[in-house]
Design a protein around this ligand. Sequence first.
Ligand SMILES: C[S@@+](CC[C@H](N)C(=O)[O-])C[C@H]1O[C@@H](n2cnc3c(N)ncnc32)[C@H](O)[C@@H]1O
Length: 290
Amino acid sequence: MSTYASDFIHYLAAKKTVDDRALNRYVWETLLAYWPGGTEERPCHILEIGAGIGTMIQRLHEHTLLRQVTYTAIDALPANIQEAQRRLQAIPFPIAPKLEAIDLFDFIHREQGQQQWDLLIAHAFLDLMDIPHTLPQLFTLLRPGGLFYFTLNFDGATILQPTIDPAFDALVERLYHQTMNERLTNGQPSGDSQTGRHLFGQLRQVGAQILAAGSSDWVVYADANSYYGDEAYFLHVIIDTMHSALAHSPALDPQQLADWIAQRHAQIEAGELVYIAHQLDFVGLKPEAK
Ligand SMILES: C[S@@+](CC[C@H](N)C(=O)[O-])C[C@H]1O[C@@H](n2cnc3c(N)ncnc32)[C@H](O)[C@@H]1O
């Protein structure tokens, strides 16, 4: 089915420039204003979960934020962690990041009560989780007074232009979001197409204080028929992901869907496709214990 067989590592690499543009500047500035700093004697301890191939580490390094920090990054996929090691090996970090292939829940189980971090990062990750189940456990890893930076949380809008067929386009969007809501991992719910908006209440429920929140929409379009960097590949994978998610939907005619998908790929080839995904960023605090 997949014409542009997705190589996940290639996809994550192509996604970086899209993410760089999307990250909410106000939320980012607030993160910097509260950045926990660190000294040689007492470095700042950062934990990133679902870190993929390490593009957030690269980004923070590019902003010279990783001087006096220890950085622990975990991801469930060993191939991602290997690629992160490869990509980061040339960077002369004062303290080399610690990268580990481990499932988040195994990590929580191992570290709970052992260690707490000053800053917890989850980038393009929380919308894959069952938040009411995950967030309370995650917050046990953050010290009281510690910061969280939760970015690119999908929030219920997938916009594709130009329109092919208004009714069919809308149906595809609705059913695609429904697949996110119904996704199961190891038999457990694992996703929410409105993660962004739901995080306001869910963060409040775990006692977190939101310092800043704002949109971090992906906006991908071609300039003079050419997409920036490797973003055409990124778009092909997004369209393939929609196809895979919907291929067995009883509400869609398979041939109509296949034709629609082929047209979307053709729009990318012609530099015509505009893709917008609505997402939200958050930065906040775990309050000090009273
Ligand atoms: C959409 S990707 C984002 C990766 C990276 N943060 C980025 O934006 O480039 C989500 C990542 O979460 C990882 N992941 C999913 N479930 C996980 C779990 N239970 N524990 C650890 N990592 C997980 C996946 O392997 C994947 O690399």
